[in-house]
Design a protein around this ligand. Structure first.
Ligand SMILES: Nc1ccn([C@@H]2O[C@H](COP(=O)(O)OP(=O)(O)OP(=O)(O)O)[C@@H](O)[C@H]2O)c(=O)n1
Ligand SMILES: [Mg+2]
Length: 408
């Protein structure tokens, strides 16, 4: 049996990028031979094993044939007679279809090095079309290798796959997983522009796709186009290195601008509430994890208020903090402020603009948190206050503390 390093690790080493996980392929062996050599099987569908020493994934060379639409429905053929070239042929992109032998020899039958040098994302063979997840993967690689272009024939193939309904058969968990990964890449906007060009965004996230072509007031948004704005916001978020929750909230905060009544454009009165409604539907459809969904809905609802909060007094600031659940969830509130900062700076010419609202709200929260609520409650109770009156005393003490902090 022969063992080769394959896929992402070979690609990343050639690019001089750090290698995270290594994948291996074994040619000329049976599952029984691998089991006898101490490998542990993983999964039921594919002939994949874990290396007894490194725990890295080792797969038997295989060919695949599509039997049903969507993510499932593969007929896998793994046998000692499957060659390395056959295994590489079934892979998604040329840059992912190279192998490295134990002696260091590079096996590159599909022009992977050529496409790395030319910075092109190109499919290996028509087998690309057998797995619609690959559309999302390619878009995610575009966000990571943001100076790579998509080969025209690959874009055409993806468009044909979308037209054939392939994207509609994807399971929500897989869509979310790939979107989430792409959002964590260096330039997430690239994922969405590629998905848009392929026609896939209109199927997967029509609420987002709709934002291109929707104007905003140039005075607040020199970039005018809402889709362009949202892409600037998520790229700004990526540049700051913020977590997925913040990036997802940044992506979703303006969805409501896509359903603004045309007669009031380029104004977007009430878009915050419409964003929340649309996000709820997206969150249910894609089974978005709770922390991402909660933050996104909160940012959608409150971002206008956070932007306007520079003019708020202590009482209004406190109400905003309460609505954001900032006392119970201060870390999520800090993330909300990050998302709002990205929204303010993700506009043409505003990348460096000051955003004093974030510091002011953080200072207000700190001042309100510093109030000894137990002492205030005990004091109020001693003076005969009960129930809501105790709550009112706490609120008054917090308001006084915020007012004092603002004055300082
Ligand atoms: N839908 C898929 C998934 C994976 N692969 C192949 O399996 C390899 C390993 O998959 P994975 O680890 O998911 O991707 P990587 O290319 O290693 O990328 P990453 O850096 O994100 O791990 C890929 O390089 C590719 O050759 C594929 O062809 N089609
Ligand atoms: Mg990998």
């Amino acid at each position: 049996m022969q063992r080769y390093e394959v896929g992402g690790a070979v690609r990343d080493a050639l690019l001089g990028r750090p290698v995270h996980d290594r994948d291996w392929v074994v040619v000329g062996a049976t599952p029984e031979q691998l089991l006898a050599a101490g490998y542990t099987p993983v999964g039921r569908d594919f002939p994949v094993f874990l290396d007894p020493q490194t725990r890295e994934e080792v797969a038997l060379a295989r060919t695949e044939r599509k039997t049903a639409p969507g993510y499932h429905g593969f007929l896998v053929h793994a046998a000692p007679d499957v060659t390395l070239d056959e295994d590489l042929l079934r892979r998604d992109l040329t840059i992912n279809a190279m192998a490295r032998a134990a002696d260091g020899t590079l096996i590159d039958p599909h022009g992977g090095q050529r496409d790395l040098a030319a910075k092109v994302l190109r499919h290996v063979s028509p087998a690309f079309a057998e797995d619609p997840v690959r559309i999302l993967r390619l878009a995610r690689f575009a966000a990571r290798f943001d100076d790579f272009s998509v080969a025209p024939e690959t874009l055409a193939l993806m468009q044909a796959m979308v037209a054939a309904g392939e994207v509609d058969a994807l399971v929500p968990e897989r869509v979310w997983q790939e979107l989430a990964r792409g959002l964590m890449e260096a330039r997430p906007s690239r994922m969405f522009t590629v998905l848009r060009e392929a026609g896939a965004l209109a199927r997967l996230l029509p609420e987002l796709d709709r934002l291109w072509g929707v104007p905003q007031r140039a005075e607040h948004h020199p970039e005018v186009d809402t889709g362009v704005h949202v892409m600037m916001v998520i790229d700004h978020a990526a540049g700051l290195g913020v977590p997925l929750t913040v990036r997802w909230a940044a992506l979703g905060h303006d969805l409501g601008k896509g359903t603004t009544p045309p007669d009031i454009l380029p104004r977007h009165l009430g878009h915050e509430g419409r964003s929340v409604e649309l996000l709820r539907a997206v969150h249910a459809r894609l089974r978005v994890p709770r922390d991402c969904a909660e933050l996104a809905e909160r940012v959608a609802r409150e971002h206008g208020n956070v932007h306007a909060s520079g003019g708020f007094g202590a009482a209004a600031l406190l109400r905003l903090l309460e609505r954001c659940d900032a006392f119970r969830k201060p870390a999520a509130f800090a993330e909300l402020l990050q998302a709002c900062t990205c929204d303010a700076r993700g506009r043409l010419g505003r990348a460096e603009a000051p955003y004093p609202q974030a510091e002011r709200l953080a200072a207000a929260l700190a001042a309100a948190q510093a109030v000894d609520t137990a002492a205030v409650a005990a004091d109020a109770a001693a003076r005969g206050a009960r129930g809501p009156a105790v709550g009112a005393a706490i609120a008054a003490a917090r308001e006084a503390a915020v007012a004092q902090a603002l004055a300082a």
